[in-house]
Design a protein around this ligand. Structure first.
Ligand code: M6R
Length: 612
């Protein structure tokens, strides 16, 4: 369990705990801080049981304290439980349980679950003994414990991924999900349950992805799946396609740096097998749509959160420019409540690296509820969003462990460019333009590898600029989302205030921030907007602002205008956002390091946000 928790550390947490059934009771150990603290505490406890649950907590209800850490034990000591998610009606449940004599030791919403299961367990009649000569009933049919969990969940509003034990039922473990991911690993002589494949993959590659509303009941002789309304479910055992080594740090000092340098490979993987034999377009088998379906689409709606939302903005530019179909982009967290009127023939897309972000999942469900076909661009195979969408495109970028998304983002940009090409070729793009486009895309892995050679120059710049507490990132059209992404990366891992703006918009307000203390990072395009962006740079220079320019090799910047210039390779226009991203990733990484920040475990952040 400790190994599993260690492998989940990257997701962000503030406390950790574990409970083991042994000697007829529960040994529960928990502590604020790192898993290493927990391991130290646990080593003094002589843990001998073979059934246990463990958890890392990212605080929602109640501060970061030992008492609020999971596992939580019911006040009668009969139930112990770990929980991801939020129980929205916990206040009403708590009031009810107080009247029944149950007490509470934490400020969490989770503790009501432990007590409510205990309440139902106490009420549940013992199974009648089998008649003489009759075989014992199936464990499931007679499991008071499973029934008590099921009855509890019928009263719960909110989201959960739970694992529950009872010292009175030592041979059983019940887990269930609604809105929070849960995966069963089927190992050799063991079963493991986790919220993320990376916690299991060192023990088994055979996994069952639970669906919302499902429970798994694990006993010494195997497992069964069922639904809240008592239907049996036949398990589908999937194979995890990556190995434990893919998720390990190797020689690299940080996951973020490892993943930045994995980008050429991740980009190659995103394209593999996805170009037509005549080299003029892309193919996406997983979309489950025919060219005739595409002909009637009159709008795409893209939604996502965080970095994925920036990828949506780039997709908007590329699809509108090359395929000439309008695209609307919305934050998933806003879309789900906005009740936006949608065109009749819109096609809905979500982008999510993890495939588990609750806001994005909710947006997908809302669009499906309204009857729209929904596609997903996801990295994690088998994730909830991937499974609930009507079709989609897997990124194949490999596990992304760093909290700051890097290789997943550039792979999303590449898929967006390929998708723009795919739709454009069904509309007005000619064969020869298509061939040029494909050639441009195929160069991306090599060009990304060349861009990565900027690392030493960027490290040097970062050391000199890490003293500043404000940054602007400026770009236009499809480089504006890269400005937003640069600002987000810097905020996330170095805690520096940074803002991304369309370069020309800067003079309508943000220019007031400009001084010798607020550098601007410019993403310089080629073509018709080059001179306009140079004018924006002049406006900054005139106000003594420092400028870091990220510009294609072939453009000529006025002498002395930029204080630092990072040259990225010339490329097809649709590829420029990808190459321009790499320097901003490296800049954030090195600035964060220079400021002594914990790059892979930035404060307050979780890798995938499975609460609203
Ligand atoms: O897994 P997802 O792509 O759905 O995650 C969405 C955001 O939470 C994520 O991109 C977040 O903004 C990252 N920390 C960005 O680096």
């Amino acid at each position: 369990m400790l190994e599993g928790l260690k492998r989940l550390e990257y997701r962000g947490y503030d406390s950790a705990g574990l409970a083991v059934l042994q000697d007829g009771g529960v040994t529960n150990v928990k502590s604020v801080g790192r898993v290493a603290n927990l391991a130290k505490l646990a080593s003094g406890k002589n843990l001998t049981g073979t059934t246990g649950i463990s958890h890392t907590r990212w605080a929602t209800h109640g501060g970061v304290t030992d008492a609020n850490a999971h596992p939580h034990v019911s006040s009668d000591g009969q139930v112990v439980l770990v929980h991801n998610g939020v129980i929205e009606n916990y206040v009403a449940i708590k009031k009810f349980l107080l009247t029944k004599g149950y007490t509470f030791a934490s400020e969490t919403d989770t503790e009501v679950l432990a007590n409510l299961i205990a309440y139902h367990l106490a009420k549940e009649p013992a199974a009648p003994a089998p008649a003489p000569g009759a075989s014992a009933p199936m464990a499931d049919a007679s499991s008071r414990f499973l029934t008590a969990v099921r009855k509890t969940l019928l009263h719960v509003e909110g989201t959960y991924g739970i694992a529950v034990l009872s010292p009175a039922h030592p041979g059983e473990l019940v887990a269930a999900r609604k809105g929070s991911p849960l995966i069963l690993g089927v190992g050799e002589n063991e079963h493991l349950i986790a919220s993320d494949v990376s916690a299991l993959v060192s023990r088994t590659q055979n996994v069952v992805y639970l669906k919302d509303g499902e429970l798994v009941h694990v006993t010494g002789s195997g497992f069964t799946l069922s639904t809240l309304d008592l239907a049996d479910v036949s398990p589908v055992i999937d194979q995890v396609t990556w190995s434990v080594e893919d998720a390990e740090l190797g020689e690299h000092p940080h996951y973020m740096l490892k993943e930045i340098f994995e980008q050429p490979q991740a980009l190659e993987n995103a394209m593999r097998g996805r170009f037509s034999a005549d080299g003029s377009t892309a193919n996406f088998g997983g979309l489950n749509l025919t060219p005739a379906d595409f002909r009637i689409i009159d709008r795409f709606v893209f939604t996502s959160c965080g970095t994925g939302w920036h990828a949506c903005l780039v997709a908007e530019h590329l699809i509108e420019r090359y395929a000439r179909i309008p695209v609307e982009v919305d934050y998933a967290s806003e879309f789900r409540y906005r009740n936006a009127p949608l065109d009749r023939d819109a096609l809905f897309f979500v982008i999510s690296q993890s495939g588990e972000t609750i806001d994005t999942l909710a947006a997908l469900r809302e669009a499906k509820r309204k009857g729209y076909k929904c596609m997903a661009i996801c990295n994690v195979v088998g994730s909830t969003i991937a499974r609930e969408s009507d079709g989609g495109i897997y990124q194949h970028a490999g596990p992304e462990i760093g909290v700051a998304s890097t290789k997943a983002f550039t792979s999303q940009l590449l898929i967006a460019a390929m998708f723009a090409l795919y739709v454009a070729r069904m509309r007005d793009m000619s064969f020869s333009e298509g061939v040029e486009f494909v050639k441009g895309l195929k160069q991306v892995p090599d060009l990304a590898a060349r861009t990565l050679k900027l690392a030493p120059q960027i490290e040097d710049i970062a050391k000199r600029y890490s003293k500043f507490n404000d940054f602007l990132f400026l770009g236009r059209l499809d480089l504006f989302p890269i400005a937003l992404e640069g600002a987000l990366k810097l905020k996330e891992i170095s805690y520096i205030h940074a803002e991304g703006y369309p370069a020309a918009e800067m003079k309508h307000g943000p220019i007031a921030l400009i001084s010798e203390e607020c550098p601007s990072v410019f993403l310089v395009p080629k073509g018709e907007l080059f001179n306009k962006v140079v004018s924006s740079m002049q406006e900054i220079k005139a106000r003594k602002g420092l400028i870091i320019a990220i510009a294609p090799e072939s453009v000529e910047l006025p002498e002395g205008l930029a204080d630092e210039t990072l040259r990225i390779p010339d490329c097809h226009d649709a590829v420029l956002p990808i190459l321009a991203t790499i320097p901003v990733q490296l800049l954030s990484y090195h600035i964060a390091l220079a400021r002594g920040c914990d790059v892979d475990k930035p404060r307050n952040l979780a890798k995938s946000v499975t609460v609203e």
